[in-house]
Write a protein that binds this ligand. Sequence first.
Ligand code: GAP
Length: 520
Amino acid sequence: MANHEDIFKKVISHAKEYGFIFQSSEIYDGLSAIYDYGQNGAELKNNLKQYWWKSMVQLHEDIVGIDSAIFMHPTIWKASGHVDAFNDPLIDNKDSKKRYRADVLIEDYCAKLEEKANKEVEKAKKRFGDAFDENQFRETNPRVIKYTEEIDTIIKRMSKSLESNDLEDVKKLIEELGIADPVTGSKNWTEVRQFNLMFSTKLGSTADTATDLYLRPETAQGIFVNYLNVQKTGRKKIPFGIAQIGKAFRNEIVARQFIFRMREFEQMEMQYFVPPGKELEFYELWKARRLAWHHALGLGEENYRFHDHDNLAHYANAACDIEFKFPFGFKELEGIHSRTDFDLSAHEKYSGKKLQYYDNEKQESYIPYVVETSIGLDRLFLAILSNCLKEEELQDGTTRTVLSLPPSLAPYKVAILPLVKKDGLAEFAEKIYNDLKIDYNVIYEEKDSIGKRYRRQDAIGTPFCITIDHDSLEDNSVTIRYRDSMEQERVSLDVLTKIIDEKANMKYLLLRNHIKDLLA
Ligand code: GAP
């Protein structure tokens, strides 16, 4: 059984080898934490966007979508708090000259304690077998209790110090816990300092007239500053939502774990505008809806969990993450935040423009409160890629690599494979390709043995392979081979579209989500 690091390495190398993700500017030795999506990655990413957009915007009549610019007036970032508070607490190691996020060093220390607690649980599980009650063990075992309490105390202290900007205490905590540089083991640390994560650039051609701008660190502000435009032109009544998909930029210091933490990434965010006092009700509703959206993908419900924030951002009165079980453990995939009226009030103050909503029913004006759902598209991509990549042992003793993507997300839905090029098979196959390509992304391959071609399609997640042989010319039928079961079936061309449609049409994924969403 491969360990987590090996599994993750395999995901990264598979992503490159099969045209999903390349290091940006690779021929110039690359740019750190910046990636390009290749021919298969771009297709998968577009399908993920489509699933999000269709389910959030088109299936909710109270939500509309926009596409705002990346460059925005610089005062927006002053109003939003990003100029003053969008910082990471950094610490340098004087010996290794390496820079770390102080909070990440402390969190990693706690993760090790959690690992120790989990080992105790695993040992006991083996000892007691079926009779083992994990909850009871966690509540009563002195060693597990000690680890859990220690984690709790450390996280509470760190959160308090970060909230009050007591960076001296953060350093003290690192020293008290004996945390060493993970690479060199040195404990010779500098002070902790705040470092702003926004990239800046200039607008204008001459040095003296140019204006300093920021590349947006979140897409949300483009929604806030357009909220009244959308509300008025779309004649929207509160509660209603505005969604958008777009690039965001952060000068991340600890940029590691492949596309998990990037400097240029994509967000899919939705701001839901509600009457003041109703925000926590809608916060709970959106928590349930978003979890249902993830579950509908079918990656295993046990791979998701909520994590409530102890350390609330400057704009929130409640916040949580939906965490996913990545190869390196449970980590944030999506954030759900009750952002109060912080952003709209601040924009009203800084712009001098009224951003109030007139509520006809209540006959009063107010600044709406906001519940936000914010998911990183690249993180979602990584979650899916790592969950679906499998090495399978086959009955004949060989192994195959298969990417068992939900069929409607797969880059290609169908591969058209003539057994040989000659005897009119290629022409027959091309006709099927042309018939299907209007409805689906289809790939045509005639090189290599059929076995090799099947394996290549398995590795990029194509759910159906269609093989055309000499009999096809006679009886108008083909062999369809299913990616997951590897079963093959002879079918008439008349029923081909129906078979593909039943599994690979996104309609069914959307319906599954919609039903879960209504029940949420
Ligand atoms: N508007 C709220 C906001 O931006 P966030 O928790 O900072 O909240 C939301 O980011 C989501 O964006 C995260 O849950 C994550 O999926 C994604 N994200 C944030 N920083 C990222 C990065 N450096 N690389 C990739 N994805 C990132």
